[in-house]
Design a protein around this ligand. Sequence first.
Ligand SMILES: C[S@@+](CC[C@H](N)C(=O)[O-])C[C@H]1O[C@@H](n2cnc3c(N)ncnc32)[C@H](O)[C@@H]1O
Length: 250
Amino acid sequence: MAVYDVIGTTYTSTRRPDARIAARIAAALGDAASVVNVGAGAGSYETARTILAVEPSPVMIGHRPPGSAPAVQACAEAIPAADGAADAVMALLTVHHWSDLAAGVAELRRVARRRVVVLTWDQTVFRRFWLVEEYLPEVAAFDDTRAVPVEQLAGMLGGARVEPVPVPHDCTDGFGAAFWRRPAAYLDPVVRAGISMLAQPGERVLRPGLARLAADLESGRWHDRHRDLLALDEFDAGYRLLIDERETGA
Ligand SMILES: C[S@@+](CC[C@H](N)C(=O)[O-])C[C@H]1O[C@@H](n2cnc3c(N)ncnc32)[C@H](O)[C@@H]1O
């Protein structure tokens, strides 16, 4: 069974699209009138201009809200759409799951007439995030094995523009670093179930680090160490938008 057929069951309870990140994605998509969403999951960040969602997990497809764009059960590596089928193709927090990155990226570029937009993270920055650096080094090691180096991906995307995407302190989309200012959230198994870097290694691996986090929250040690974070409204954990302008369009 695929990863998201297991961890997808509670996904939509913690992974609600964040309006500020949605605005960044919308700006990156620009004037594209039609969008194909690859690795679409439950359809976060889709708008009325989405014409097709491509997603391998039937569980995730089952979470798509009624009335959303048609979804096809397929992988990025073989997108069932014609060349130039949409103005833009987007792939959000998904490239690290693909079995053949080069094939998937080639497919994004084949299907996009004008623009490819990818949201991913820079592992060299993410590694310094307090959760993985101080409590869960095993998770950082796991992410090292699957994170796609941003420079490499930008090169594969024809020299894509790279934009940082800071995470708001009250981010509604519960991805890996979403709870940077709400540390107790990581003690919630439902929150962890919606974050693949925490769901995939398994609870046994996480237990000692989470026990230390719980103790540090209880004693006030976490707050003493991270007082600086508590004063911030947003935080750069390494999330990056890559924008590949294929044509200026006519
Ligand atoms: C973290 S979720 C992101 C979903 C959605 N883009 C979002 O932002 O909420 C990653 C998604 O990538 C999908 N995925 C895994 N392997 C894939 C592949 N080879 N091609 C396309 N999507 C894939 C998973 O099933 C999952 O739905």
